[in-house]
Design a binder for this molecule. Structure first.
Ligand code: ZN
Length: 254
């Protein structure tokens, strides 16, 4: 039930306030409710990321809940845009000294000349050998993140699934574009390989989020409630995910 920054513009019924608070909307949303003499519900996102809900005077709390649930993804994108936290994913150079993150730690790349292709952490270095006659490519790194990610998921997913009362879902690591995770139609979970640059507690958040979708499809009040059982501090983790995630490397090479 956290929504500390919400601003209530007019006096509202406590029922309406409680409904909005109960939705556990993302903490970066500044929600403002305005009662208006109008027939339909409206959502506006303004500069600074304030979300204004224009509510007909006789609207039922259920209507507001349904409207928010239906548009939560679109509002989230608009809020991010208006707050100027548009992602700035870097392009990397595959040369000695370039920085790569793994589970929240930064390592420097060292191109090795071993004849056998390898990629491994050695102290503070990420040592990459493309193998005889081959040049290092982003694919080497993507495969490495994928392998590491598979191992980490095998370690932490069983406990999460148990906590959620579910059997361990099949997971697959792949390139998901601008998304960290997806619950697939066949109830498998896909995770972006880039996720494994983030600290482990944020990887856990992404896994818990998709796991929760196996129970609750939409980002409804029930969804946030279930997620909070797995990750009680999910609000602060989501804030860090938005911050750290916006500069994660998504595979671009320069
Ligand atoms: Zn989701």
């Amino acid at each position: 039930m956290r929504m500390p920054q919400s601003v209530v513009a007019y006096t509202l019924s406590t029922e309406l306030e409680r409904t909005v608070a109960g939705l556990m909307l993302p903490p970066e949303w500044r929600v403002r409710i305005e009662l208006r003499r109008r027939k339909t519900l409206g959502i506006e996102v303004s500069a600074g990321g304030t979300v204004t809900l224009a509510v007909p005077e006789d609207a039922a709390p259920n209507d507001i809940e349904r409207l928010l649930e239906r548009h939560v993804d679109r509002i989230a994108r608009a809020v991010a845009r208006h707050r100027g936290v548009e992602p700035t994913h870097p392009a990397k150079e595959l040369i000695d000294g370039e920085h790569f993150d793994y589970l929240g730690r930064t390592y420097r790349l060292r191109i090795a000349t071993d004849t056998v292709p390898t990629l491994q952490i050695v102290g503070d270095w990420l040592e990459l050998a493309a193998g005889q006659g081959s040049k290092p490519t982003a694919t080497h790194l993507v495969h490495w993140y994928t392998d590491q990610g598979d191992q980490l998921i095998a370690e932490i997913m069983p406990a999460l699934a148990r906590a959620a009362g579910l059997s361990v879902p099949a997971t697959r690591i792949r390139d998901l574009g601008a998304r960290w995770g997806v619950r697939e139609r066949d109830n498998r979970i896909s995770i972006h390989w880039a996720t494994f640059q983030l600290p482990e507690d944020l990887v856990e958040l992404v896994l818990a989020h998709e796991l929760t979708h196996l129970r609750v499809n939409a980002h409804s009040a029930a969804f946030w409630r279930e997620l909070s059982k797995l990750v009680p501090d999910f609000v602060s983790r989501e804030r860090r995910l938005a911050q750290l995630g916006s500069t994660a490397w998504l595979g671009a090479i320069r």
